[in-house]
Each structure stands twice: as C-alpha cells, then as structure tokens.
Design a protein around this ligand. Structure first.
Ligand SMILES: NC(=O)c1ccc[n+]([C@@H]2O[C@H](COP(=O)([O-])OP(=O)(O)OC[C@H]3O[C@@H](n4cnc5c(N)ncnc54)[C@H](OP(=O)(O)O)[C@@H]3O)[C@@H](O)[C@H]2O)c1
Length: 340
C-alpha cells in the first residue's frame, strides 16, 4: 500500500506513520522539514510548503499515484480545493483529518455522535466543516473515495499537556510545585483525551478500507473524566502533590482577559464527550489502549527532554488571580453570609 501523508512528523501523524509501518505500507510524507523528525529511516520525504499551492500540487502529482492520501494539515477551503485538484483520480482513498470542533461543543445530549448536527462556533471549526463538505462533494462526484476523521483532544510526546484553561506551558511546573491550579466552573465539565499513537492506529487501519468510504468518524478515547479529575490524575501520574484546585466562573475569566482565555471560550468551557462506537465497528483495530497515566508520563518525559516546561514564575497572573479571588470571596462570605 503506497501512502502519502501530508504532514507526517506531527503529533498525530507520527503515530499514523508508526502504525502504517506495522501494516507494511510504503510511506511518503510531505512537509517543510522544520518539525523534529522522529520517523523511521524507511519513510520517504517530499519537502515543501503546502501553502505554496503550485509547488505542492506539482510535487505530489509528480511523485506518482497513491493508494491512500492522509491529509493532516488542511484547515481552509482553498487548501481542500488544492488537495482535490492534486488527488482526484490519482488516489484510491483520501482521509481528511477534521476535528470535533466542527460540532460546536454546545450539545446537551451526550455523547456527541457523527450524526449530531454541526454548528461550529469557532473560525477553526467553520473552516473544517467547509473542508469536510468540499471533500464529500469530491467523493460524491466519484473522483476520490473520502473518509473524514474527527479527533478530539489528542496528546503525546511531541506535544504538551493541556489544562482546563488552554495550552499554558507552565501547567506542569505549577503541578510539580504544588501551586494552585484554576479550573473553570465547578470543575465538573467533562473531557476526553486520546493518546496520539492510539489515534494513529485508527487512521492507519482505516486506510484503504472500502467500508470507511464516504463516512465520518469521531476518533476519541473511551474514558470520560471531569476537569478536576483530569488535573488530579495528571498530577498523580507525574509524581506531583495532589493539586489545590481553585474554581472560578468562566464568565468572570472571560471578562478578565478574553484573548488569554480564548480556548476556554471556544472549547474547554463545554463538555467534550464524543462517541467512538462507529469507528470501533468499522475499524476494530482501533482501541483506546494507552492508560492516561502512562501516556502523560511519556509526554512529560519528552517535554523535560526538549525543555518545553516553562517556569510558573514567568506568568504570575494565575497566582495573583487566585489570591484576589480568595480574598474577595472570603470578604463576601463575611459580609453576606446569614448569621446564626
Ligand atoms: N492534537 C489535537 O488535539 C487535535 C484535535 C483535533 C484535531 N486535530 C487535527 O490534527 C491535525 C494535526 O495533526 P498532527 O498532530 O499530526 O499535526 P501537527 O502536530 O500540528 O504537525 C504538523 C505537521 O504538518 C507539517 N506542516 C505544518 N505546516 C506545513 C506546511 N505549511 N506545509 C507542509 N507541511 C507542514 C509539519 O512539519 P513541518 O513543520 O516540518 O512542515 C508536521 O509534520 C490538524 O488537522 C488538526 O486540526 C488535532
């Protein structure tokens, strides 16, 4: 099986490459050659920028025909149009990496299924929906069988450890030093985190599978946790003390600094619970196999090795906010609580 991965050295795509190698695939990756490359020496490299559209289309078409193309870095309709020009009639199966942000996160019936109407409320989600629709039209025209994958949060070596407020690089240091950690709402928001190598297996075993043609799949972990539990488990897994969790209203955080908490506004304030039963039915090789503790330990080991963990001293805002919040809330309780 001759496979082209657009991307290929990223967080999820490294896992896809590993899993495809176990299937004996002949793999080519297309990327700029800038990201740290942890790939097997048998993987062939095409170097280029996918946004240099003529060069991208020429490079991937000159390299021949493909049994499978996996596009990991298509974010805009113009990139989707370019992919269809390059691959319609030239590949046996095209897999587009979309996102669960296409649903819009405001569902009240959980888990979110692939049939749940898509109502994205971020530009990222809206553009991914436009790409999905463009690829599905190409599928319907018969030029290239298309499959859509919608990952939710995916983590692993090569990436970082998120927290409920976003992608702060100081989170791990805060946990290790026992500093208070802010969790929005009452900490009961629900979340799923999938390990990148597990997600890679799902993509790799869908490759070339006719049952998956024309279908969309959520690709997510089995386990659902609250954000409080996520934070506590992360601390325990990396040998940090039990975290002191401080709950602050999301609306208050957004009023304070909307740009800083943009990810909270778009994603993390909502329950992120998605079903993976359809994927397991059609791609039974997919398993949410890696326990969170093991996955996060490997991720933090990689972050330590690559000096990706930033000292909490560089960002005093969280400590100041916690101190003020606790003072004001104590004052409010003293002033307003009913006297016995
Ligand atoms: N991780 C998550 O939690 C999550 C959740 C939902 C959806 N997703 C989706 O997952 C996909 C990301 O996959 P990933 O984790 O494998 O990627 P990634 O970690 O973002 O890595 C990006 C890959 O693309 C290459 N690349 C970046 N810009 C390029 C360009 N202009 N031209 C050519 N190559 C380029 C990079 O190599 P060079 O830097 O060397 O070019 C690298 O191989 C996205 O479509 C995203 O929407 C991720």
């Amino acid at each position: 099986m001759k496979v082209l991965i657009i991307g290929g050295t990223g967080l999820i795509s490294t896992g896809i490459v590993k899993a495809l190698l176990t299937r004996g695939a002949a793999i080519t990756v297309f990327n700029r050659g800038q990201t740290d490359d942890r790939l097997d020496p048998d993987v062939r490299h095409l170097v280029g920028d996918r946004n240099d559209i003529p060069v991208f289309e020429h490079t991937v078409t000159a390299a021949g025909l493909w049994d499978v193309v996996i596009d990991m870095i298509c974010f805009r309709p113009d990139q989707a149009e370019s992919a269809v020009r390059a691959f319609a009639g030239r590949c046996g199966h095209f897999i587009f990496c979309s996102t669960v942000c296409t649903y819009g996160n405001t569902q009240t019936i959980l888990p979110t299924l692939e049939t749940t109407p898509q109502a994205p409320h971020s530009a990222y989600g809206r553009d991914k929906v436009a790409c999905e629709q463009f690829f599905l039209r190409a599928h319907a025209k018969g030029g290239m069988p298309v499959t859509i994958f919608r990952p939710s949060h995916t983590y692993g070596p090569g990436g970082n450890v998120i927290n409920n407020l976003g992608w702060s690089p100081t989170f791990v240091d805060r946990l290790r030093r026992g500093l208070p950690v802010i969790v929005s709402g009452d900490g009961h928001g629900l979340w799923q985190s999938a390990y990148a190598d597990d997600v890679g297996v799902g993509f790799a075993h869908a490759a070339g599978k006719s049952k998956c043609f024309g279908e969309a799949y959520n690709i997510v972990a089995d386990e659902v946790v609250t954000w409080d539990e996520y934070t506590q488990r992360t601390a325990a897994a990396i040998g940090a003390p039990p975290p002191r969790l401080v709950h602050l209203p999301t609306d208050f955080l957004l009023a304070l600094d909307r740009p800083r908490f943009a990810a909270l506004e778009e994603i993390f304030r909502f329950h992120g619970v998605y079903a993976n039963a359809k994927l397991k039915r059609d791609v039974p090789e997919y398993r949410s196999a890696t326990p969170y503790a093991a996955g996060v330990r490997r991720t933090v080991a990689w972050m330590d090795q690559h000096r990706k963990i930033v000292s909490a001293d560089t960002d005093p805002m969280e400590d100041r906010l916690v101190a003020l919040w606790e003072r004001f809330s104590q004052e409010a309780i003293r002033a307003l609580a009913p006297r016995p």
